[in-house]
Write a protein that binds this ligand. Structure first.
Ligand code: MG
Length: 374
């Protein structure tokens, strides 16, 4: 039985709807329909072979963007239910939030952004929106997935000022300094909870960080200690799992409590008051501080670990080489993108590269630059 939605939640009644109007769905809500369209998209399937921190071929147990997105959806949904927000909308945003990511994680995004500097740059949030608005070609009546406004608003978390004028209605809130729905704010926090915790887990699994190092991090230490005391002979891997799951639980609980207070204190009684209020979904001061400490630890010890830096460097090299090859000779592009280039210039190259999975990019690099004997 679904909880009744809070008055400030997004609902079919207060939704701004779809750009192209469609008959209402039967047997499911508008936001369930959005989620279903996202799951059936080609971009969603590609997330399986795109990296978060580790490149896809480094190991089968590390998170990919697909499993990351599923974890974000799971965390988001359970918090949404507690706050009586629209779970289906949170789920749709969570599953779509990384659709526009390039291969090779942040290194790939930064490299493509640099390559596109003279052509407006490359932003993964904007690209995710472009995937669902334009690039998916599945439906007879429209390009893209024709998602509801609120799903698109949640996907477009940030945008560079220079790109706002092109966006129309969906960009207005950035000019008016308005906040997105609580569902969008929540999806963003669910993302943060998911990656901080799975990066701890993947970091330990990879051996790039150690349990001993993590004991210096207060949030990890205070969750680890009772588990170690209670289960002293447990293998390290299971201690890690227990610690991570109890950290996720603490973070979710704190977010629910603090956000409930924020919503109450701000006197929020409708969706429009959410838009004009300051951000309302958030952690308590203590958790905020601890999260910052954990993030800094991960940055210094995992994301800047020489093995990660070395892989990021190869990723950058690969993206740059692909980009410069295509932009100096359009004939190297697949025919579909040659045609697109005539209309959209270098954005066609960015779309092609951003759509690649890690392994596709590696293969394409070999096809362009290596003469193999067989
Ligand atoms: Mg994410």
């Amino acid at each position: 039985m679904m909880n009744e939605l809070a008055v400030y939640a997004v609902s079919t009644d207060n939704s701004r709807g779809r750009l192209i109007s469609e008959a209402p769905p039967t047997g499911r809500s508008e936001f369930q329909r959005d989620r279903d369209r996202i799951i059936h998209s080609a971009a969603f399937r590609r997330l399986e072979y795109k990296t978060q921190v580790f490149v896809n071929h480094e190991g089968d147990l590390f998170r990919t963007r697909l499993t990351h997105s599923l974890e974000v959806a799971q965390i988001g949904r359970s918090i949404a239910r507690n706050l009586r927000l629209n779970e289906d909308l949170v789920e749709a945003i969570a599953l779509a939030h990384d659709l526009g990511h390039t291969p090779f994680g942040h290194a790939g995004q930064d490299a493509l952004n640099d390559c596109m500097r003279d052509y407006g740059g490359f932003e993964h949030n904007l690209q995710s929106l472009r995937v669902v608005d334009v690039l998916e070609e599945r439906y007879a009546a429209f390009d893209g997935l024709n998602l509801c406004y609120e799903t698109r608003e949640g996907i477009l978390k940030h945008v560079a000022k220079k790109n706002i004028p092109k966006l129309g209605q969906i960009g207005e809130r950035f000019l008016q300094n308005k906040r997105p729905s609580l569902e969008a704010q929540l999806a963003n926090f669910a993302d943060e909870i998911a990656y901080n915790n799975h990066d701890v887990d993947d970091g330990l699994r990879s051996g790039l960080i150690t349990l001993k190092q993590l004991e210096e991090v207060s949030i990890f230490f205070r969750h680890l200690t009772p588990i170690k005391n209670k289960y002293s002979s447990l293998p390290e891997r299971r201690i890690v799992y227990e610690t991570v799951r109890s950290m996720i639980n603490t973070l979710a609980t704190d977010l629910i409590q603090q956000s409930t207070l924020n919503i109450k204190d701000a006197g929020i009684d409708s969706l429009s008051t959410v838009h004009s209020a300051p951000p309302l979904i958030g952690f308590s001061q203590q958790i905020k501080k601890e999260q910052q400490e954990l993030k800094k630890f991960l940055y210094d010890n995992l994301y800047r670990h020489f093995r990660v830096v070395r892989m990021s460097n190869k990723a950058r090299h690969t993206i740059e080489k692909l980009f410069f090859a295509f932009s100096s000779d359009k004939q190297l592009l697949p025919v579909k993108y040659q045609k697109k280039f005539e209309q959209e210039g270098h954005h066609a190259i960015a779309d092609y590269i951003a759509g690649m999975t890690d392994r596709y990019a590696i293969k394409e690099y070999q096809r362009l630059f290596t003469i193999a004997e067989n």
